[in-house]
Design a protein around this ligand. Sequence first.
Ligand code: ADP
Ligand code: MG
Length: 293
Amino acid sequence: MGFGEFERIAQIRKKTKTNARVLLGIGDDAAVIRIAGRKDLLFTTDMLIENQHFRLKDATAYEIGRKALAVNVSDIAAMGGVPTEAVVAVGLPRRLTARFVDQLYSGIQDLARRFHVNLVGGDTNLSERLVLSVAMIGEVERGKALRRSGARVGDYVMVSGKLGGSYASRKHLNFIPRVREARYLTKNFHVHAMMDISDGLASDSKRLAEESGVGILIEENRVPVSRAAKTVFHALTDGEDFELLFTLSEKEARRAAKRFHIIGRVVPRAQGVKLLMKDGSRTLLEGGFEHFK
Ligand code: ADP
Ligand code: MG
């Protein structure tokens, strides 16, 4: 981030037209495509670049491979679906050994096996820096994909786990994509809006609010802070949590609160996206996460 990524995407999005097959295109965690049968197809891609998303001195080959797949699984989960197939394109520097590549693929394969994802293709190139680009498809019951855009005023805002400190704790490498939680939610609740938290709660709650045309008020007191994060500020801004951020009606939120954390409310758009501080004052939620800024 930090190079106007959001503006670039908005620009691309405006210029892109699709036909009726595409129920949901650019702008969510994954695209939703209408195919024959009882399921809709989910389609997503995510890329990891050496020194931008990971450093070889901080992460093992296994962890890098695992993460490349896991971030895509997380985006499929964020739509309420299950991942099914992936293709993996790699750019490999000459300096890397056969053993390194072997470990990289152990990480990829282990994560794939755990989530029943078939690895069905890819591409291999020489590259200055190590690059992994994964495209993944998944499926969800027809018409049931969970978007960022469905939050309603009065909803409760919830998250699936503790936030922050993901780099310090290495959770950004070892996280478990929340497929099980997402499926539990789709089967037992009417989730109004959902996304995964990749940039940090502050930044991603703004994105969800924007897509839904609402405001959000997060309560400082309620944000679940991971041990590695230490402060609420870090929980709000660190990023790479890969937890689910979603909204439910008040009634359903009370039921879901046994397993998930209520962190705030959906409010009218005019109220903006703000943090309700412990002293009762409100402050704008600023400062998303920028990779190695
Ligand atoms: P996420 O954090 O869930 O991976 P991103 O912030 O990377 O999402 O992207 C936001 C949305 O923009 C997604 O729907 C993604 O598919 C889309 N997007 C990002 N980059 C491009 C691009 N270069 N061309 C078309 N769509 C893009
Ligand atoms: Mg996402």
